[in-house]
Design a protein around this ligand. Structure first.
Ligand SMILES: NC(=O)c1ccc[n+]([C@@H]2O[C@H](COP(=O)([O-])OP(=O)(O)OC[C@H]3O[C@@H](n4cnc5c(N)ncnc54)[C@H](OP(=O)(O)O)[C@@H]3O)[C@@H](O)[C@H]2O)c1
Length: 342
């Protein structure tokens, strides 16, 4: 049996659920007997069954037809089966209980609650375990999840739209689209990838944004985070689209150092900061930001525009290096990483 091929299939199929499984990792599990795939299972939606459980449920439909006993089957799963009784029960215990005797794992789970403990449960119960097939691909497809557990902080991206002359908006707050339609559609896709979108008072009040991911596929929508001391909870929220639909958390202080650990505690692996120059620069100053995305238009706002950055070379001074750039419609999308890190 070519386990590599099966693992690649599990990774590729699991990837289909990256927008609905988040902030959980995408996981695929395939049960095989000899050269035949008996069943497949995927973690389709956050809070729902894990992949291994779905593979077991689906295999049960073929019991006494394609196989007689689970001990005849090998489980190939992209990520280490969980050991903790989270929302859905421990997968490692479910595998042991099923009678499966061989498990092939792509990558160890970086979550300290699981890391190695799922494998230990399997081994202690006489299940043969092999680990490490295409672990780099598993880590890559779960970039934010691995980052969060390895670095003990969410992956933070600041996204800005800039005019050609480096401006964010007009001083008098006259509403104007800085970037082209294609760039704005790209932002919707970007939002869909993140677990939370964070903004500040002035963007909320001046732009009255909805700040969700408006895409034509299913998404576990990002939670919306407002950092604002002056916005009152009694304000006319019913007329503000920001407070519609998705969950909103309002931090009534300006302390970024306090916000990050709370977001981590709330299972957020990634945060997209979409604010004006004040809050965006505050974030950049903290050193917590991993990525800066600039959508740069061909048009200038001129002397009535407010600059994103006060000093020259601010992006470089914050420690960012240009990693890639591409044309989107008439605009340029530039991706900067901290010290050029992957
Ligand atoms: N071009 C773009 O990509 C883009 C994106 C977003 C917004 N904008 C434009 O930006 C304009 C607003 O920009 P802005 O710079 O004035 O405001 P902002 O960054 O949207 O909000 C700043 C406010 O957020 C609150 N805040 C909470 N924590 C903070 C912290 N650590 N550091 C700084 N502020 C913190 C403060 O309000 P409290 O005093 O209430 O605490 C502060 O006055 C809007 O008119 C919008 O059109 C442009």
């Amino acid at each position: 049996m070519n386990y590599e091929e099966i693992m690649l299939r599990a990774i590729s199929e699991a990837g289909k659920y990256k927008y609905t499984a988040k902030p959980n990792p995408v996981v695929g599990a395939i049960l095989v007997k000899d050269k035949e795939i008996i069943s497949e299972g995927y973690h389709i939606r956050y809070g729902k069954n894990h992949a291994e459980i779905n593979a077991l449920i689906n295999a049960n439909k073929h019991k006494n037809k394609k196989f007689n006993d689970f001990s005849e089957l090998t489980l190939i799963c992209t990520l280490e089966p969980c050991s903790h009784i989270g929302k859905t029960g421990s997968c490692a215990h479910a595998i042991v209980k099923s009678g499966i005797k061989k498990v092939i794992i792509g990558s160890i789970d970086p979550n300290p609650k699981v890391s190695g403990k799922g494998i230990q449960i399997l081994k202690e119960n006489n299940v043969h375990v092999d680990v490490g097939i295409h672990q780099d691909l598993v880590a890559k497809q779960n970039k934010f999840f691995f980052y969060r557990h390895i670095n003990n902080k969410p992956y933070i991206t600041v996204k800005i739209a800039s005019s050609l002359d480096g401006k964010s908006h007009y001083e008098n707050h006259e509403r104007v689209f800085i970037t082209c339609e294609e760039a704005r559609s790209d932002v919707q896709l970007l939002r869909a990838e993140y677990d939370a979108i964070l903004t500040g008072t002035n963007t909320l009040l001046n732009d009255n944004p909805r700040m969700n991911a408006r895409v034509n596929f299913a998404v576990n929508q990002p939670e919306k985070i407002l950092m604002s001391t002056s916005f009152s909870l009694g304000a006319n929220k019913s007329e503000m689209p920001f407070f519609e639909g998705e969950r909103v958390t309002h931090f009534q202080h300006n302390d970024i150092d306090c916000v990050i650990p709370i977001m981590l505690e709330n299972d957020k692996c990634s945060i997209l900061v979409e604010a004006g120059p004040k809050l965006a620069n505050s974030f950049l100053k903290t050193g917590y930001v991993d990525e800066l995305i600039i959508y740069k238009s061909q048009n200038e706002l001129g002397e009535n525009g407010v600059s994103w950055f006060i000093q020259d070379n601010a992006v470089e001074n914050y420690g960012f290096k240009l990693e890639s750039s591409c044309k989107i419609g008439s605009d340029l999308k530039e991706i900067y990483k901290k010290n050029g890190k992957e």
